[in-house]
Design a protein around this ligand. Sequence first.
Ligand code: UDX
Length: 426
Amino acid sequence: MKITVVGTGFVGVVSAAVYSSLGNQVIGLDIDPNKIKSLKQSKVPFFEPGLEKLLIEQQRAGRLQFTDNYKKAISEAELIIIAVGTPSKKTGAVDLSYIFSACKSLAPHIKPKVIIAIKSTVPPGSFTQIKKTIQELTAKKFYLVSLPEFLKEGTAVSDTLHPDRVVIGTDNAQVFKKLAALHQPFKAPVVKVGIESAQMIKYTANAYLATRITFINQIANLCEHNQANIEEVIEGIGYDQRIGHHYWYPGLGYGGSCFPKDVKELAAYAKNHNETDNLMIQLDRLNEARIPSLINHWGKIVGGWENKQVAILGLSFKSNTNDTRESPASRIVPQLLSSGAKIKAYDPKAVWKPANQQNYQQVDSIKTATAKADIILVLVEWPEIINFDYSTIKVSKKQFMIDARNQLEPDSISQAGFSYLGIGRN
Ligand code: UDX
């Protein structure tokens, strides 16, 4: 199949490479010539395990090209996948301007009966407007469908190659048949639903996972008031088959490019439809409050942050990615700096700095970051950070180890001379 992927951000590049690996002719299209230049040389502008290798293989096989030329990319395409960004506006509602501008640019060049699949996350109700935008610029027939993505950063290539399910939102049986055949090599369940349901599935999956994270963090808060240990609680509830042991680690709340944005959009959507006590509104509020309240809580235990030397370990929003969007560090560092702390930060892949860099330094090893630190804050579960031998650090004064992901062994950290603080862990 001849496929064009519009937008070469995270989802776009992964999708283009994976569809190409299935034997399709794929073109990645973007308006940013610099991105296209580097992608043509198989350089991926972000860190994602396995992606660069796949890109090189597919480009060598002659199945994958990149261009910034709409006419060239669109005129032969049988399937156009739109994977441009849908960021949040100030109100929390989604900003669809990139979708509309992509549609305006592609519409004049489409060939008749092309399938246009929206992979970007857009709220139910947007399709009428998207369809109208394209129809205003072409008389040719096209089929608009929803093809939501469910990939996780850090495991995006294998998530796309081995999805739990493929959701196809269309009411056209022929279009469904074509798209089901395209995804058949994944050997995953293919779910045929209406276009609006497909979008709601995407939001619901993310909102549910975000709720789960918030829920366990709330229970961890309660454990702080007694001798219960959240890790033991998770162990105990997980055997209930309705609950399970997976995707339950407590921490700093959810970050990254999807959950915060999607929950905010659902909260805004709920408010717009007069669902003013919808759970999503409270969920967003709790997640926003999580980091400031933990920093205040820990601040009381460590004797205030002023003049404290703090080591921040982990700048990305989670391990195996260098993405710092909505990362814990991006919220914690400014709060600590304004409380008078001095920070040395380390991350295996991510590079990040606050707007005001006074008293902030990103260093190149855990050893340098933690030397002379009063407080070590483990923010991300990078293997290098959680497997580090902290007993090799000279503890000459009262030093705190804050394990914000409950990834360290409290006894061995205490034996190494630190005062250990975790999340809901006694
Ligand atoms: C998520 C969804 O998992 C994916 O299906 C969707 O398409 C995009 O959003 P991603 O943002 O890459 O993927 O990361 P994920 O691993 O799901 O983590 C999201 C956030 O939740 C991170 O901040 C992570 O640290 C946090 N998290 C996750 C927890 O705090 N506890 C958990 O148990 C799991």
